[in-house]
Write a protein that binds this ligand. Structure first.
Ligand code: PEP
Ligand code: MG
Length: 324
């Protein structure tokens, strides 16, 4: 099996019926690049930038961030690199920023909510990212978007930072796609409207599951409610993909679910364009996809949407796909 995977390292991902889907890697720091390159990722689908902020005792400067972003973009060459802007709060705290303790941190002041209020933190990151954009194929996405207004405010702020950089004489790439994570049900439900204003979506299932089932992703007592195969979640995912494709936009997934062998056949059938996962899952997933026909999985996808429970979906997949 290891040998079979190794042979797939330098190939693009193709299904049995010859459809290309993109397999990308999730990273937290430039140190993760080694694994990305060794496992033949076709891009980076999620760069979690918060580690840059967590690894130190004060906010990272524009130069420190610029160096990190430049390194990642340059090592990936022309391959796409999706960078997520700061997603702090919830389970991720910064000791040097002391915001009031909250009753429900996962429902509180975090991610884009914080960045839109603390504009100087946001500006520093956007400046560093935009300056690094000439080094490679940069795409930027905002985490935890709940409303269209938040997305538009974040995007317009990014565009104003870009104008300012131009005035200062910096070069900035002209074709940076600007997208968002779909990790709050409100965004999935209104995906057809969001699709008018974004360049792409990336579905963050770790949080989307937590918010759909109202079950804290860190609480073991409710972990039975963490159900990636539940048709309610699959229907949200389907809505996002349909809405995006109707407007010619692409959809990725960067939660754990994207590398899960039961979920992958369904996601392929529902039309997901990009799967982003930890580097070690890339080759096994590429091997699995090479044995699946997208056309056949469409049928599986639509049957899964009609099931009544996660268990029923799992049985359906196991009866349809021969895993080795
Ligand atoms: C997610 O929510 O699925 C996601 C990819 O982001 P994180 O796990 O960093 O919250
Ligand atoms: Mg998340």
């Amino acid at each position: 099996q290891k040998q079979e995977w190794a042979q797939l390292k330098d190939t693009t991902t193709k299904t049995r019926d010859n459809v290309h889907v993109e397999l990308a890697a999730n990273i937290g720091t430039p140190n993760d690049l080694k694994g990305v390159l060794e496992n033949g990722a076709e891009g980076i689908g999620l760069y979690r930038t918060e580690f840059l902020y967590m690894d130190r005792t004060e906010l990272p400067t524009e130069e420190q961030q610029y160096d990190a972003y430049k390194k990642v973009l340059a090592s990936m060459g022309n391959k796409p690199v999706v960078v997520r802007t700061l997603d702090i709060g919830g389970d991720k705290e910064l000791p040097y920023l002391d915001f009031p303790k909250e009753m429900n941190p996962f429902l509180g002041y975090r991610a884009i909510r914080l960045c839109l209020k603390e504009k100087s933190i946001f500006e520093t990151q956007l400046r560093a990212l935009l300056r690094a954009s000439t080094e490679g194929n940069l795409k930027i996405m905002f985490p935890m978007i709940a409303t269209i207004d938040e997305f538009i405010e974040a995007r317009d702020y990014l565009l104003s930072v870009k104008d300012k950089l131009f005035e200062e004489g910096y070069a900035v790439s002209e074709d940076i796609e600007i997208g968002m994570m779909v990790e709050i049900p409100s965004a999935a439900l209104l995906a057809d409207k969001f699709a008018d204003v974004v360049d792409f979506f990336s579905i963050g299932t770790n949080d989307l599951i937590q918010y759909t089932f109202a079950a804290d992703r860190m609480n073991e007592h409710v972990s039975y409610l963490y159900q990636p195969y539940n048709p309610s979640l699959l229907r949200l995912i389907d809505m996002v993909i349909q809405a995006a494709h109707a407007k010619g936009k692409w959809v990725g997934m960067c939660g754990e679910m994207a590398g899960d062998e039961i979920a992958v056949p369904i996601l392929l059938g529902l039309g997901l364009d990009e799967f982003s996962m930890s580097s070690t899952s890339i080759l096994p997933t590429r091997a699995l996809l090479s044995k699946l026909s997208k056309e056949e999985m469409k049928q599986l996808g639509s049957e899964a949407l009609k099931c009544r429970s996660a268990n029923e979906v799992e049985q359906l997949v196991k009866a349809t796909v021969k895993f080795k």
